[in-house]
Design a protein around this ligand. Structure first.
Ligand SMILES: [Zn+2]
Length: 220
């Protein structure tokens, strides 16, 4: 098990346990859980609390219509997919393999700057973008803030910003008050899972020119 130093808050884990998180956020928590025993232990504790509370609830009768709708939804569930076990992505967390069926090198990365490439995996119902970001060794992202929350889990390599160093499995949540400049360490490239709930807002010299372009790209 990887040693991780940055974790989801207890509140976020409780929402995950209750099944109340949007899927994109839940994907980030699931990814972190594959690296982190400590959060796995907390989650099992929260699950036990949730199940005890559920048992204390008074059951109420379900309408005939609800029963029919539930059975229809069960019938329409897709067949369980056989888990991909090919060597090319076996180093990735299991919960991400459904989005990635080839080697990370063949994912169709789009270069967004000299140091950063990205590939969009999926768009959540709430509009959040689920992406992989790749920073070359020693490379830096432009200094930015966010128009929504940004969730990041480090999958390979490591990077640092004004608040610390983040390594494999670490979980970060940045909100619109955070202004930061991620920089990959020089030993290897850094690959992260990133969920952004709104376009980033650059704060550097060219921001007045680039920000409208970023907002337009986010809306696509
Ligand atoms: Zn953790």
């Amino acid at each position: 098990m990887t040693v991780t130093n940055h974790h989801p808050t207890d509140e976020l884990l409780a929402l995950y346990s209750a099944g109340s998180l949007p899927l994109s956020q839940a994907l980030c928590v699931s990814t972190h859980l594959e690296y982190c025993d400590a959060c796995g232990h907390k989650l099992r504790y929260l699950d036990r609390i949730g199940s005890t509370l559920m048992q204390k609830l008074k059951p109420s009768p379900a309408s005939a219509e609800l029963k029919v709708r539930t059975l229809e939804q069960l019938d329409s569930l897709p067949e369980k997919q056989v888990e991909t076990t090919s060597e090319v992505n076996s180093s990735l967390p299991r919960c991400l393999r459904q989005f990635i069926n080839c080697s990370c090198d063949n994912l169709g990365w789009k270069r967004v700057s000299a140091d950063i490439s990205r590939v969009e995996l999926w768009r959540d119902n709430n509009g959040a973008k689920v992406e992989l970001l790749k920073i070359r060794p020693g490379g830096a992202a432009a200094t930015h803030t966010h128009q929504g929350d940004e969730y990041t889990v480090v999958l390979e390599g490591s990077f640092s910003d004004e608040k610390g160093l983040y390594q494999r499995g670490d979980f970060l949540l940045r909100d619109q008050n955070d202004r930061h400049t991620p920089v990959a360490t020089r030993d290897c490239e850094c690959i992260c899972l990133a969920v952004t709930e709104g376009p980033v807002q650059l704060t550097g010299f060219f921001s007045r020119i680039l920000n409208p372009l970023i907002r337009r790209a986010y809306a696509v």
